[in-house]
Ligand binder design. Structure first.
Ligand code: FES
Length: 111
């Protein structure tokens, strides 16, 4: 486990991490510091930004700066062979409750 992939929506890039057979996490992949993409570190179980070394938990919280704001968290639901990623009410106003939705075909492949 621990593979991940990215999905592009109209207003965000989402990292989708496979945590278990049917257990997924999806967050904005856009670092809240200066906008680089974060990657999943399976060994640490966190998200790391290689530009300036910010670290985020899978619930979006910042555990190491310079980033200060959390990553936006999405919900993931499986529909057959597709993962459907939807925005949450805890977002930062980019797209509203369900404004950012995307479909991720197949399973996460990286990691
Ligand atoms: S852009 Fe991610 S830490 Fe600076």
């Amino acid at each position: 486990m621990g593979g991940y992939t990215y999905a592009w929506t109209e207003d965000d890039v989402i990292i989708v991490v496979r945590l278990g057979d049917d257990d997924w996490a999806a967050l904005s992949a856009v670092c809240t510091h200066q906008g680089c993409f974060v990657g999943y570190r399976a060994k640490a179980g966190d998200l790391f930004c290689g530009c300036h070394a910010s670290v985020f938990e899978l619930d979006g919280r910042v555990t190491a700066g310079p980033a200060e704001a959390p990553l936006r968290v999405y919900t993931v639901a499986r529909e057959g062979d597709l993962l459907v990623v939807s925005g949450t009410s805890g977002d930062r106003g980019r797209g509203g409750a369900n404004g950012s939705a995307g479909r991720v075909a197949g399973a996460a492949r990286r990691g």
